[in-house]
Design a protein around this ligand. Sequence first.
Ligand code: ZN
Length: 435
Amino acid sequence: MHDELTALAERLAAAGERPGAPCPDPVNAAMIRNWTQALGDPGDWSRCAPPAMIQVWSMQGLAAADAAGSVADGPLRLLNEHGYTGVVATNCEQTYDRYVRVGERLRSSMRFGGVAGPKKTAMGEGYFVTWYQSWYDAAGERVAEMLFRVLKFKPRARRAAPSAGGRYPLRPAIGPDTRFFWDGVDAGELRVQRCADCGTLRHPPGPMCPACHSVKRDFVVASGRGTVHSYVVHHHPPVPGRTPPYVVAVVELAEGVRIVGNVNGCDPADVTVGMPVRLVFERMDDELTLPQWVPADLPDPDPDPAPEPRADALAVPLTPTFVIATALATRDFTPVHHDTALARAQGSKDIFLNILTTMGLVQRCALAAAPGAALRSIAVRLGVPAYAGDTLTLTADRTGPDTLAVRGAVSLGDHVTATVHLTASGGPTDEEDAR
Ligand code: ZN
């Protein structure tokens, strides 16, 4: 496969540029307005198109979405056939020779770049596939070029037991007798069952009072103070979702009943019988929280040290409407950007932002940091997906007289890191006047 792929790549690269499908429409005000409204771009684009919109002019639209072939189709298909079925875009680099004006008719061409691999990556073993697209004006002068790179990878086999950070494998069995307890945990309370007739407390919960045999019951909320009545340090066997050694203790509550839990927050060797402990709630995964114990004198951890948002940060709430409106305004009808059920069926958490929009938001952030400047290039490295429901926070930092580093972060980490080259003047209005 490797030799076949290399030979194919060399053949394609040697073939050079070939015309792409014709751009369906000239550069026009209606599509620019759709784009600026969807992306919330405040710029004056009455005469020139936003440079980061360049790829939109050659997008083929909904009817032709499936027919649009890429110069890289052959290598991508070959990789698919050999198990490299995963794909993730890694780089998008656009260079703008000049801004294009409303009314211009563009044409585009593509050329194959190359393949690099096999490489071991965090996603699995894969090949990087690179191709280029260029846009030309009526006179045959190039107005923009784009490098696009994807990683085609062999998806790793899923592990039988979820690793840390996934779903905690041990789940409580919740029934009519114990639901009040878990409802309490969800509410941040440790609830202890009480006989509604004689007032005797009991734990674990049960249907009948051991003292008076009444089946009437309610509960009290425990103070969360207790002492270690007994404990073991668990070393072996391995328990999924837990890293040994850890302490399993019987804690005697101040209220008098005993409950089993882990004692965290200290070296297992420091745990002693009689040691005062206090209640904490440990979040195991998105759905499960467990009541646990720490030494009573353990200070509270710092409340979530949320990073101070920068005053100049551009925070973009990724509502479903935003994700869908921007996908359509960039003429990208790939279902993962507008069809939630399909996106989930393909293993995504939700619909997510498309790359053409990411490029546009990088432009918006860069021009907010350098008003009046003209963009010369945007080179983007793509990170984690920007899912609907999240917030994309973009910041720009000057790294040289003509360069900005733009970073766009979501709750999962960096969605985009970009290097933007610009010139101090020559923005949309100057550009027109200079001609
Ligand atoms: Zn009773």
